[in-house]
Design a protein around this ligand. Structure first.
Ligand SMILES: CC(C)(COP(=O)(O)OP(=O)(O)OC[C@H]1O[C@@H](n2cnc3c(N)ncnc32)[C@H](O)[C@@H]1OP(=O)(O)O)[C@@H](O)C(=O)NCCC(=O)NCCS
Length: 191
C-alpha cells in the first residue's frame, strides 16, 4: 500500500478534512454526547467537552503518521462538522483496511454518510492502493448496512456474540469490497 495519511477530500455536499482542536464543541454537540448515535458503537457517550477535547488532541497527534486516516465530515455549504469517518484497523499483509463512521442524528437519512463512504473508498483504492476494505456492524444497525450496500460492499457473514458495544455483547456482520469489485465494470454504477 502507498500510505498517504488523512488527505483533504470532497464530494458534492461534503468536505472531509483533518480534525482541529476547534471542532471540540461541535463534535460534542452534534454526535459525541448523543446516546442514539453511540448505541451500536464501542466508545462511551461523552459526558462533557473535556472528554471530547482529550480524544481530539490524541487524534490530532496521530496525523503525523501516514497510516492515520481519520476525517472530520463537514458540510460544504456552511462548514459545520457533522461526523467522522476513519480507518480503524489495517492488515498490511493482505492490504486490507477496516472503516468506521458516524454522523449526528440531525443529519441521518439524507445520504450523507453514503457520500462520505464512497469518497473514502475511492481514495483508499485509487490513491492508497488497498486491496480490500471491510466494515463490521451490529446486525440491528440496519441503516449502516444500507450505507455499505449502497457503496458497493457485499455482505459476507455473521459471527455470533463476538463483540461488545454500548448495548452489551453483540453479533457482528461483515461487509467487504475488493479492489477488483470496485474497478469492475458492473460495480462502477455505484460510483
Ligand atoms: C449508520 C449511519 C452512519 C447512517 O448514516 P446516514 O447518513 O443516515 O446514512 P445514509 O443516509 O447515507 O443511508 C442510510 C440508509 O439507511 C436507510 N435506513 C434508515 N433506517 C433504516 C432501517 N431501520 N432499516 C433499514 N434501512 C434504514 C435509509 O433509508 C437510507 O437508505 P436510502 O438512502 O436507500 O433511503 C448513522 O445513522 C449513524 O451515524 N449512526 C450512529 C453511528 C453508527 O451506528 N455508525 C456505524 C457503526 S458501524
Amino acid at each position: 500500500m502507498n500510505h498517504k495519511g488523512t488527505e483533504f477530500l470532497k464530494s458534492n455536499r461534503l468536505i472531509l478534512r483533518k480534525f482541529e482542536p476547534e471542532d471540540t464543541s461541535m463534535m460534542f454537540q452534534n454526535w459525541a454526547n448523543d446516546e442514539l448515535v453511540t448505541k451500536f458503537l464501542t466508545w462511551p457517550t461523552h459526558n462533557d467537552t473535556q472528554e471530547t477535547s482529550s480524544i481530539l488532541n490524541h487524534w490530532i497527534s496521530q496525523y503525523k503518521e501516514p497510516e492515520t486516516y481519520r476525517w472530520c465530515i463537514a458540510l460544504k455549504e456552511n462548514k459545520i462538522p457533522i461526523g467522522s469517518i476513519s480507518v480503524v484497523s489495517i492488515n498490511p499483509h493482505v492490504e486490507s483496511l477496516e472503516i468506521g463512521y458516524c454522523i449526528g442524528k440531525d443529519y441521518w437519512n439524507q445520504g450523507l454518510t453514503t457520500e462520505a463512504v464512497q469518497v473514502v473508498v475511492d481514495f483508499l483504492f485509487s490513491q492508497v492502493a488497498a486491496n480490500r476494505i471491510e466494515a463490521h456492524i451490529d446486525p440491528r444497525n440496519e441503516s449502516s448496512g444500507s450505507v455499505l450496500v449502497k457503496s458497493g460492499f457485499r455482505y459476507t457473514g455473521l459471527r455470533r456474540q463476538v463483540a461488545i458495544n454500548n448495548t452489551g455483547i453483540c453479533d457482528v456482520i461483515t461487509y467487504e469490497i475488493l479492489k477488483d469489485d470496485y474497478f469492475s465494470e458492473n460495480n462502477r454504477k455505484f460510483f
